[in-house]
Design a protein around this ligand. Structure first.
Ligand code: PMV
Length: 325
């Protein structure tokens, strides 16, 4: 095999992951659940080379390159592989601005490296491999609705992601990705999580309530109960947001435009339009709605100054892998 090209998607957590119980093994403090975002894509091409060569397309950030270098070195050691790699990766969306580029980036890298090196890993093993690059990447080795089990074993053997429903299950669901800023975030998720665990007074409470919410979310999904799904996603965001804000120093990833978009969602809810919001560790806002309401919501949001772009997405399918011999 000479070249592998993998296409993956970022995912949007409806029940969030924020914090690790083991930094080295990248084991989360709690389980989380996400949907893949079809409109956002990472495309990564990997081949064997005489030395490592990494081209991350739109970003030349030394931190991003360093994370990939560390990952490749870890991968070689883990699987006793001697080869070097030429890696070329690009996104069709802004990198590191709260759009989970690390999730699609590291899932593509994990799938590509495993495939090029003929490791023959199943989805569960691939999720473990991707997790080592970025926690949320564990959820992007699959499409549809994905559950990432935190597990309880100290060696991480019961910590993996699995698909609960495929991408066709919620065909009418749409995510409006409201781009507020396309700059890299000031405090990385990795650092932010550590600070929250160390200093946030509300964090432990969120861990407990979020696990309960996860069970309710799975029931809502099973029943295709969109109202409960949206309310649970907002409640979970609220808990994570509170913990981020009572972290010392406070983690404030949002701008006045982010809050204006959130307030617009709240106003639409009062008008009985079923739409819900969530965010990650970044200023962009994700609005979850049904296809029938997309135009109205977009038109309302377009009145807010400061919004750069609105991307409409369906739920993503599984990653694609193309091999050239
Ligand atoms: O995988 P990381 O380290 O980029 O963490 C992502 C954490 C959140 O996006 C804020 C929440 C989540 O569950 O995706």
């Amino acid at each position: 095999m000479s070249t592998v090209t993998v296409q993956t998607h970022p995912n949007l957590a409806l029940i969030k992951y924020w914090g690790k119980r083991n930094e080295e093994l990248m084991l989360p403090t709690k389980s989380s659940l996400s949907i893949g975002l079809a409109a956002l894509t990472t495309r990564t091409t990997i081949s064997f080379a005489t030395h490592d060569n990494i081209d991350l397309g739109c970003t030349h950030s030394p931190q991003a390159i360093e994370k990939v270098v560390d990952y490749i070195n870890w991968f070689r050691k883990r699987y006793e592989i001697k080869e070097y790699f030429a890696i070329s990766s690009s996104n069709n969306f802004p990198t590191a601005a709260g759009l989970a580029s690390s999730a699609s980036g590291f899932s593509a890298l994990a799938i590509g490296l495993a495939s090029l090196c003929g490791l023959n890993l199943n989805k569960r093993e691939l999720s473990v491999l991707a997790r080592q690059g970025s926690g949320s990447a564990a959820r992007s080795v699959e499409g549809g609705v994905v559950l990432w089990h935190a597990g309880t074993n100290t060696d991480g053997s019961d910590c993996y992601a699995e698909q609960l429903f495929d991408e066709k299950y919620l065909q009418d669901l749409r995510v409006l990705i409201v781009i507020v800023e396309d700059r890299e975030k000031k405090v990385s998720s990795r650092k932010g999580m550590q600070l929250t665990i160390q200093t946030s007074p509300s964090y432990n409470q969120w861990l407990v309530t979020s696990e309960i919410r996860l069970t309710k979310m799975i029931t809502a999904l099973t029943n295709k109960d969109f109202l409960s799904l949206g309310n649970l996603a907002e409640e979970d965001w609220q808990g994570m947001h509170t913990s981020m804000l009572d972290t010392q120093p406070p983690l404030n990833y949002w701008t006045s435009t982010s809050y204006a978009a959130i307030n617009t969602v709240k106003k639409l809810q009062q008008q009985k339009i079923e739409c819900f919001f969530t965010t990650d560790a970044g200023p962009n806002v994700f609005i979850i709605c049904q296809q029938a309401h997309v135009d109205l919501i977009k038109q309302t949001l377009e009145k807010i100054p400061g919004i750069k772009r609105i991307i409409e997405s369906t739920i993503a399918g599984k990653p694609s892998v193309a091999i050239v011999y």
